[in-house]
Design a protein around this ligand. Sequence first.
Ligand code: SF4
Ligand code: SF4
Length: 255
Amino acid sequence: MLNVLLERFRQGYRTIPYPDVPPVLPDRLRGLPTLDFSLCEESCQKCFVVCPTKALSKDEQGTFMDLGKCLFCGECEKVCPNGCIKFTSEYRLSVRKRENLIFRGEHLQRAEPLEESMKSIFSHSFKIRQVSASGCNACEADINVLGTPGFDLGRFGIQVVASPRHADAIMITGPVSRNMQLALEKTYFSVPTPRFVIASGACAINGGPFIGLPDVNNGVAGGSLKVDLFIPGCPPHPMTILDGLLRFLGRLKQN
Ligand code: SF4
Ligand code: SF4
């Protein structure tokens, strides 16, 4: 026991000073890209062809990247001969509305906080029931990381709980296989109202790498649950999840 205490003393305070100090993230982290499709050559379709989830697409307003479908694999950046797509380590990606994930390289409308009446209830005590709806376990692992001393999710009053009856929200990961659909719905309806739905990861948002497969529901896109917070990534970095949650609860300045 003495050794444990001595080791604890030696290690000192390990929790990151976020949000007072911005996090230090590695350059190799792929977060929000910069997009400049004005540099494209007319006939070049290389990024469209290489994208595994068809996250890159075109409409009457031009080419866009759907951050809800993007796996942040970086393949489009690699094949682009003109440097139109460049990933940055910008980790703040969460939004409240699905359409805000349609990214054209301009301003990203990050998650707005809950309305005032809800904020006063949940901003300092928010319980989450995590539902792994057939994910690969990477999204789940990065949620688990938030419970370690480095991030210490509990200091914000946010806690992952075992029972939906003790929860304020469900956080869905995975593409929602047909086998998990009923369990997901039952879990949702077991959460007392007012309740919230968080889709964390490309799978939960739109099916991720499993998009279009017959045994999955393409995440929340194929179901009837109304989503209150979308957290992109494959998997989302723990800082992306934390940033999204704190924005949602009105604990961060908006930008
Ligand atoms: S980084 Fe995203 S948009 Fe680019 S190829 Fe991968 S999944 Fe497609
Ligand atoms: S979004 Fe990516 S990391 Fe998360 S469950 Fe799906 S495949 Fe795994």
